[in-house]
Design a protein around this ligand. Structure first.
Ligand code: C2E
Ligand code: MG
Ligand code: MG
Ligand code: MG
Length: 281
């Protein structure tokens, strides 16, 4: 009988697209229950000044651990959370958790750190976004100067008027803005020049090609040059070895983040890592 019903649904969803939809529905249901049973958590990856070696901040990255201990990567569930609208609540939660974490770190004397939070397009465009941002600042008491929002290049370039206005309002709060995955979209330079932003984040794909003379390396150096001309700080993501770091330094890249320095860590590990780095044995 089971076979029959399986075949029945197989007939309904005979195409690959059908099974893809079923898979998405299943994933969405388990995402709902993951949210309800608090199986989402946040890890933090340090960001380093490439010249001084000092820690300048960290990026909050969401994680989802299933009951069976397996992880669902954010690249898989964030798009689903966006399509279902759940990203608004999830994103707000990440923002608050990240602000609270920064307060805890500051209480330990780990001052002058920046907290970067990824913001999805759906979240950014939500009419209550600015209110929520304000509320998170007020409730946690963190200085807006310590908070940075990461929006991807494609999002930043879409609907220029809306973006320009919203980014200005975010900036007026004192919060800084980084353009994530830079180099993967199709930025219009004149548009980019107008955006009130602070930082360009070179996508990992280009950083990984920086050594072997592949085109990605040229893109990385172009982004750094562009940052210099527009007076923006440039941060490279996904630095995995010292050679990449060295090359980025030579090219004038200011900051970096990647497994070479640290993987994204849970709060207790982050705390240990930061303290060890602050007071080397
Ligand atoms: P992203 O914002 O570009 O984050 C960088 C990704 O590179 C992270 O993947 C990070 O773990 C990974 N990474 C960092 N250093 C290295 C390295 O040296 N080598 C390699 N191979 N990878 C490195 P992750 O955590 O899987 O996140 C993937 C994407 O999911 C993020 O890309 C971001 O777009 C999205 N995301 C994660 N957390 C959130 C969130 O709270 N809200 C939203 N809207 N999106 C999020
Ligand atoms: Mg990011
Ligand atoms: Mg990125
Ligand atoms: Mg990325």
């Amino acid at each position: 009988r089971a076979k029959k019903s399986r075949r029945g649904s197989f007939v309904m969803f005979s195409s690959e697209m059908g099974s893809d939809i079923r898979e998405r529905v299943r994933l969405l249901q388990s995402l709902r229950s993951a949210v309800e049973s608090e199986r989402l958590f946040i890890v933090y990856q340090p960001q380093i000044n490439l010249n001084s070696g000092k820690v300048v901040g960290m990026e909050a990255l969401i994680r989802w651990r299933n009951e069976d201990g397996t992880f669902v990567p954010p690249d898989r569930f964030i798009p689903l959370a966006e399509a279902s609208g759940m990203i608004v609540a999830i994103g707000d939660w990440v923002l608050r958790m990240a602000c609270h974490e920064l307060v805890r770190l500051q209480a330990l004397g780990l001052a002058d750190l920046r907290m970067s939070v990824n913001v999805s397009q759906i979240q950014f465009r939500h009419p209550e976004f600015l209110d929520k941002l304000n509320a998170a600042l007020l409730d946690t008491g963190i200085s807006p100067r310590c908070l940075e929002l990461e929006i991807t290049e494609s999002v930043a370039m879409e609907d220029a008027d809306f973006m320009l206005e919203t980014l200005h309002l975010v900036r007026e709060l004192g919060i800084s803005i980084a353009i994530d995955d830079f180099g993967t979209g199709y930025s219009s330079l004149s548009q980019l020049r107008q955006l009130p932003i602070d930082r360009l984040k070179i996508d990992r794909a280009f950083v990984s090609e920086i050594q072997d003379g592949a085109s990605g390396g040229h893109i990385a150096s172009m982004v750094i040059e562009l940052g210099r001309n527009l007076n923006l700080t440039v941060i490279a993501e996904g630095i995995e070895d010292e050679k990449q770091a060295q090359r980025l330094r030579e090219l004038g890249c200011h900051e970096g983040q990647g497994y070479l320095y640290a993987r994204p860590m849970t709060p207790p590990l982050l705390k240990e890592w930061l303290q060890a780095r602050d007071h080397p044995p």
